[in-house]
Design a protein around this ligand. Sequence first.
Ligand code: PDD
Length: 286
Amino acid sequence: MTRTVYVNGQYLPETEAKVSIFDRGFLMADAVYEVTSVLDGKLIDFEGHAVRLKRSLDELDMAAPCSKEELLEIHRKLVELNGIEEGLIYLQVTRGSDGDRNFVFPSDDIRPTIVLFTQNKPGLADSPAARKGAKVISIEDIRWGRRDIKTVQLLYPSMGKMMAKNAGADDAWMIEDGYVTEGTSNNAYFVKSGKIVTRPLSTDILHGITRKAVLRMAAEAQMEVEERLFTIDEAKEADEAFTTSASAFVMPVVEIDGVQLGDGTPGPIAKRLREIYLDESLKAAI
Ligand code: PDD
């Protein structure tokens, strides 16, 4: 089925959607993005994604393409037009195009480019991958220093996923100065003696929208959470581990660098948090 996508104010068949070859998103990765999940045809944590998008735009001195209300309307319309029950909405905003290639930002009268499209993913919530748990490897983190801004510079995360795939694993956790930063497209956690440990927020990691919700729900469920730096060796000795992201919610991790965690199946805390997250998020979905 041909998707209907959104480009700069128009809803178009995906085959007819066009962006300039001079667009700075294409030439310079001068662009930011968000991924919002859809469950039961409704948006999960739209508010969180809209707020982070605004922050990313502000940090890069990039103009907002439209208001939050308009953004919500576009998300909802795409869900409806494409009949999405479970899936994802990808949103990208670029600084736009001034009709040439320049390192210097174009003048302020350049209009940002905005593109949104849906990804239909039946079975996103009841995922076989989550029932099995993920195997991760560790790799060096060589990304730029502003990982708190959700830019489209995804070449290294993409290479990291390939390194994992080639090693027979599902994903990679990245390490900088001896400490785990995050997964290639998710935030990373381990659990030891009932305590959930994850890296604190800084410019070193993306401030995950799912992370924020999951940590709040963990606290509400009287789970102990510690935000501190941790090494991959600590994670390998953990009782269980997991990641969080808008595209996979809470994903149990059952193996790190070939070392099995616990009995090699998803741990009870990760499973419980996944249930709570899906339950609560669905109730709050709009
Ligand atoms: N990735 N860290 C990184 C590096 C990410 O790319 C992501 C999200 C996260 C989790 O953030 P959130 O909970 O807001 O999704 C953490 C998205 C899903 C992606 O690139 O597809």
